[in-house]
Design a protein around this ligand. Structure first.
Ligand code: KIV
Ligand code: ZN
Length: 518
């Protein structure tokens, strides 16, 4: 019998810490439902003490998503742990995941404590969590740069205090597979009680080793892997769920382990996370990239025709890959739309379906054939609850090889309408210049300039009439926001994305003004 390895998904917590990724509660619930369909064992739904919004999102997931354990993160501090419990208590299977930094640099520079003080905080944190919740996980943050004897001491004390899962994170993606294996072997030797709990691993990808290090940990006895869909996460991200799961499945001969994941749901989860978070997947990404199952070279294609296994170690259908389906058109009805959305993992009805249907019709009107990728973008836009303080009413551009690009933009700010025309180096530049002129009259934030940090446009699906999705990152006075919008007209998409970023930024600025120093 293969040994069972638990998959702990932290897309909604560590993954959401990716720079620029920000999901609202409804989007988090949509992803959590897909993670449940994927049959991960544990969903880390957020960090409840970090904000009231996060607490609310975790408690909604705890109430509405069934199947996996629903877990929240908490520093080893009473207020964090209590807030975490407030959020996860509603779950059928709740978990509190508490952590504290154990490496010298974390203890001295971040926590400014002594080793005995940190040990005491870890024990008290675990005890408090255990008094509230039947399932408690403890993480020794930056374990892979922690002095080994101290790590063993903290781990032993956390087990003694009641933790049933001990996580050994490679917080900064520093370790190597054989060092991970040696570390776990050392811990098992020094702390025999580790055999009575689940040993977990949580690897970051700073050196591109997250999957390899996670697999080395499994080989050394770990029974839980923490990972994210598409490898999203802080900096270079976390171990990617699809890589870990498919490596364990494909090389069961080497690992002798299995997971409970329904791998046929992988592509659906990957595309949903990518589009709701606005993180395109690189084409050559293992397992879920657009080229992961494409065979270009003639010699490979010949081999594939003879026997797929000549060049294919996984079957596309095992990860749920089907041809991009030409789904719907302008004459498709609500029923057809809601059925296809359901197949893609988005369950909507009532008013929400009406709203999405109107958006769908607007797209279908312009491009006739609506693909799954277009539907994902429509769902992302429909889920965006950013209040439209500034709204695009109309945009007209004059551009071409013989014309000086000029844009005339009409915007609404609450009840007022304003119009400006500007020239630029191209139509997008001209449109942004016109928008800048109008927003510089903003009564709230007139004195600060908006800096454009990043701007990109990508084609969502196939054809010259494809939706173009613009992503824009702006900064003002130390606050940053990312905006997105899609249209068959890329200049319009660019203008709307810029305004979306501005509207998000204004919310952040208002919050910062309300509670300075937070
Ligand atoms: O990377 C890390 O160490 C973490 C912990 C909170 C588990 O995310
Ligand atoms: Zn992490």
């Amino acid at each position: 019998m293969p040994r069972q390895v638990k998959i702990f998904d932290t897309t909604l917590r560590d993954g959401e810490q990716s720079p620029g990724a920000s999901l609202n509660t409804e989007q988090k619930i949509t992803i959590a439902r897909q993670l449940a369909a994927l049959k991960v064992d544990i969903i880390e739904a957020g960090f409840p003490h970090s904000s009231p919004e996060d607490l609310h999102a975790v408690s909604r997931i705890a109430q509405e998503v069934h199947g996996p354990v629903i877990c929240g993160l908490a520093r080893a501090m009473p207020a964090d742990i209590e807030d975490c419990w407030k959020a996860v208590q509603y779950a059928e299977k709740p978990r509190i995941h508490t952590f504290i930094g154990t490496s010298n640099i974390h203890i001295e520079k971040k926590l400014r404590k002594s080793k005995p003080e940190v040990l005491k905080m870890a024990v008290e944190g675990v005890k408090l969590a255990c008094s509230l919740c039947p399932d408690v996980e403890f993480s020794a943050e930056d374990a892979m740069r922690t002095d080994l004897d101290y790590l063993a001491e903290v781990v032993a004390a956390a087990i003694e205090a009641g933790a049933q899962t001990i996580n050994v994170p490679d917080t900064v993606g520093y370790t190597m597979p054989w060092i991970m294996a040696e570390t776990l072997a050392y811990l098992y030797e020094q702390v025999p009680a580790l055999n009575n709990v689940t040993v977990s691993v949580h690897c970051h990808n700073d050196l591109g080793m997250a999957t390899a290090n996670s697999l080395a940990a499994v080989q050394a006895g770990a029974g839980q892997v923490e990972c994210t869909v598409n490898g999203m996460g802080e900096r270079a991200g976390n171990a990617s769920l699809e890589e870990v799961v498919m490596a364990l499945k494909t090389r069961v001969d080497v690992f002798g382990c299995e997971t409970g994941v329904d791998t046929r749901e992988i592509i659906k989860a990957s595309r949903m996370v990518s589009s709701l978070c606005g993180f395109p997947i690189q084409p050559n990404k293992a397992v879920v990239g657009a080229n992961a199952f494409a065979h270009e070279a003639g010699i490979h294609q010949h081999g594939m025709i003879m026997d797929r296994e000549t060049y294919e170690i996984m079957k596309p259908e095992d990860v749920g890959l089907t041809e991009s389906v030409l789904t719907l058109g302008p004459r498709s009805g609500r029923h057809g739309l809601s059925q296809r959305l359901g197949e893609l993992g988005y369950e909507i009805s009532g008013e929400k379906l009406d709203e999405v249907y109107q958006r769908f019709l607007a797209v279908a009107d312009r491009k006739k054939q609506v693909y799954d990728e277009d539907l994902a973008v429509i769902m992302q836009e429909a889920g965006d609850q950013t209040p439209e303080t500034w709204r695009l009413i109309s945009l007209q551009v004059v551009s071409g090889s013989a014309a000086r690009p000029t844009a005339t933009v009409r915007l609404a700010r609450e009840d007022a309408e304003l119009e400006a025309a500007e020239i630029g180096n191209g139509p997008v530049d001209a449109a942004y210049a016109a928008i800048n002129r109008l927003i510089s009259q903003d009564p709230e934030f007139s004195k600060k300039t908006l800096e454009l940090e990043d701007y990109a446009v990508r084609s969502v699906s196939l054809g010259t009439d494809a939706l173009g999705e613009a992503t824009v990152r702006v900064r003002r006075n130390g606050e940053e926001a990312v905006g997105r919008a899609a249209s068959t007209d890329v200049v319009e998409a660019s203008a709307k994305a810029y305004l979306n970023a501005l509207n998000r930024l204004m919310i952040k600025e208002r919050r910062a003004a309300e509670s300075p120093g937070m």
